[in-house]
Design a protein around this ligand. Structure first.
Ligand code: NAD
Length: 261
């Protein structure tokens, strides 16, 4: 028997969802019937067009709300402007790579703000709405770097480890309520962000595309295959399902075996 999940009547807010994993998760949640709120820090016609496309494709309500996840007030305003928040997906994230002694302090601050503190602010604003509705799901998009480290990614690894701690703490604070808090830990996912790194890496290592993908990018991903944004969406839907009602304070790795190494 096919296993289907209906999220009809639920409102899902996905931060950082005009691209990549966030957009993929928003599309899959809409496909399961949820009304969705897309977000980024820009306010372009293309942002609103994405929401219109999702509404048209899936017959749900979809809106785009601009809010910069580096600003605590805007994080909280995003939740309030949405009017409802049954499912909160904290996904917005940026990256910067440098040795720790050369890591620009401003980049450290931005990564901690966007990749970690934003989830604190949105969660704090969303929990009263979830309690009022009597149901809630918090899904934090962490990373394999929430469980393990790599050199030159001090801020990213610190933020992703931090969001794992936030995930667990919120799970304990909501444990007796019909609210769960979990993380998804992707390995390498072929998003526009990752695709854009391929030409430079090909030039740097003088390798063809396939060799760069296999030997450089997926060096630590034993499956030697990228995870997909649809798989992230499917994992989020599972965490929103009744089957996952007792899953809280933990993470699901979707990393082709990276963290099994
Ligand atoms: P992406 O660059 O394709 O998408 C990031 C999204 O966040 C975009 O919509 C962007 O506009 C938005 N964003 C950036 N700064 C923002 C801000 N200040 N306020 C609001 N929105 C902002 O990246 P992605 O690869 O889809 O990554 C999404 C999440 O998944 C991140 O948290 C990232 O750390 C995590 N992740 C990605 C991978 C991967 O391989 N792609 C692996 C593990 C974890």
């Amino acid at each position: 028997m096919a296993y289907t999940v209906s999220l009809a009547g639920k409102t899902a807010i996905v931060t950082g969802s005009t691209s990549g994993i966030g957009l993929g998760i928003a599309r899959e949640l809409a496909g399961a019937g949820a009304d969705v709120v897309l977000n980024s820090y820009t306010d372009d016609a293309a942002d609103h067009a994405l929401a219109e496309e999702i509404a048209r494709d899936h017959g749900v309500t979809a809106r785009y709300i601009q809010a910069d996840m580096s600003d605590p007030d805007q994080c909280r305003a995003l939740i309030e402007k949405s009017g409802a928040c049954d499912i909160l997906v904290n996904n917005a994230g940026i990256q910067h790579v440098a040795p720790v002694e050369q890591f620009p302090a401003a980049k450290w601050d931005a990564i901690i703000a966007i990749n970690l503190s934003s989830a604190f602010h949105t969660t704090a604003a969303a929990l009263p709405m979830m309690r009022e509705a009597g149901w809630g799901r918090i899904v934090n998009v962490a990373s394999a770097h929430g469980l393990t480290a790599s050199p030159y990614k001090a801020a990213y690894v610190a933020a992703k480890h931090g969001i794992m701690g936030l995930t667990k703490t919120v799970a304990l604070e909501t444990a007796e309520e019909p609210i769960t808090s979990n993380a998804i830990c992707p390995g390498y996912v072929l998003t526009p962000l990752v695709e854009a790194q391929i030409p430079d890496t090909m030039a740097e290592y003088d390798m063809d595309r396939e060799t760069v993908i296999r030997e450089v990018m997926l060096k630590r991903q034993p499956s030697k295959d990228f995870a997909t944004v649809e798989q992230m969406g499917g994992t989020a839907i599972f965490l929103c399902s009744d089957a996952a009602a007792q899953i809280t304070g933990t993470s699901i790795s979707v990393d082709g075996g990276w963290t099994a190494l």
